[in-house]
Design a protein around this ligand. Structure first.
Ligand code: RP5
Length: 312
């Protein structure tokens, strides 16, 4: 029988720090495999294993690392499975180094990040993703999280908890459409029961400086995985991300990455939709082609002409 969750850490020293992940998954009866794979010290081994995961029928990856924590991001660049990143707490910087290394991914390669040391949230998110087509597991998760009632079956639908930031909403909607996700709709943030009734498979919850707790408030009412999409118009204070991630379980994107929120939601949909996964694969190929094109142009034109072009 295939296992739905792979848990990978950058070192065995991370394992005791994420012990709640194992405890929670075991309590829910969700099977997992655990590996130590360092992004820096065993890059090839780490990448090769990441490339195998889809074929082995895994559904979701939890990756934990501390400090210059590149394991979740590098894993995400090698698989189309959703990757949940756990920033491991560090002595000097209290895990802020790990958090920023994991969450601020470039456009195109999202990592659903939980708060520093939030191993339990990561386990719950992974279980929620694995449970989307398994009513019995959903019921167990809802019971454990004190969420009332049975969840209506999930269909190929992504809910966007608006109505703020129309531009971000539009960008996310357009990308979901491009990625072949059958249906998506915008809801008032409080209308979680309606999102459930609509059969959402993922909820994208926008958060701004005055609404940072909103994604977690939505997550408190449902077992549908919540993708938190923080938006900010200028510089933010150092507690912006910690405040966003204080409660959960939420899978947070970097700041101003609405497309990554759509991609992560589509990756969740892709765990049961081969068609969406093929769109995601093509999208990744376009991202890669774009970088290769930039490099080719630079080599052809030279640095001076390229700088002139970039400054135009
Ligand atoms: C990171 O460096 C690991 O994820 C771990 O959090 C940290 C320390 O690793 P070890 O020195 O214990 O191997 O890559």
């Amino acid at each position: 029988m295939s296992l739905p969750v792979e848990i990978r850490t950058g070192s065995d020293s991370d394992l005791p720090k994420i012990e709640r992940t194992f405890v929670v998954l075991e309590s829910l009866g969700v099977r997992f495999e655990t590996r130590v794979l360092s992004a820096h010290r065993t890059p090839q081994r780490m990448a090769a294993r990441a490339r195998e995961l889809e074929g082995l029928m895994f559904k979701v990856v939890i990756a934990a690392a501390g400090g210059s924590a590149h394991l979740p991001g590098m894993t995400a660049s090698e698989t189309l499975l959703p990757v949940i990143g756990i920033p491991v707490e560090t002595t000097q910087l209290k895990g802020m180094d790990s958090l920023l290394s994991i969450i601020q991914m470039p456009e195109g390669i999202p990592v659903g990040t939980v708060g520093v040391a939030q191993a339990e949230h990561a386990a719950l998110l992974a279980a929620e993703i694995a449970a989307l087509d398994e009513p019995a597991l959903r019921a167990k998760i809802r019971a454990q999280r004190n969420i009332a009632g049975a969840a209506p079956p999930a269909r190929e639908f992504v809910a966007l908890a608006g109505p703020k930031s129309e531009k971000a909403c539009r960008e996310a909607m357009d990308l979901l459409h491009e990625l072949g996700v059958k249906d998506a709709g915008v809801f008032e943030p409080g209308a979680v029961a309606d999102m459930e009734k609509a059969g959402a498979r993922a909820i994208i919850a926008w958060a701004e400086v005055d609404t940072l707790s909103r994604p977690a408030e939505i997550a408190a009412k449902t077992d549908i995985p919540v993708v938190a999409a923080p938006l900010a118009s200028g510089a933010v204070s150092s507690d912006f991300l910690p405040r966003l991630l204080e409660k959960g379980p939420i899978a947070a994107m970097g700041i101003n990455r609405p497309k990554n929120a759509a991609l992560f939601a589509a990756m969740i949909v892709g765990t049961s939709s081969p068609a969406v996964r093929e769109h995601l694969r093509a999208y990744r190929e376009r991202l890669s082609d774009d970088v290769i094109l930039k490099d080719t142009r630079l080599r052809e034109k030279g640095i001076r002409a390229t700088l002139d072009d970039l400054k135009k």
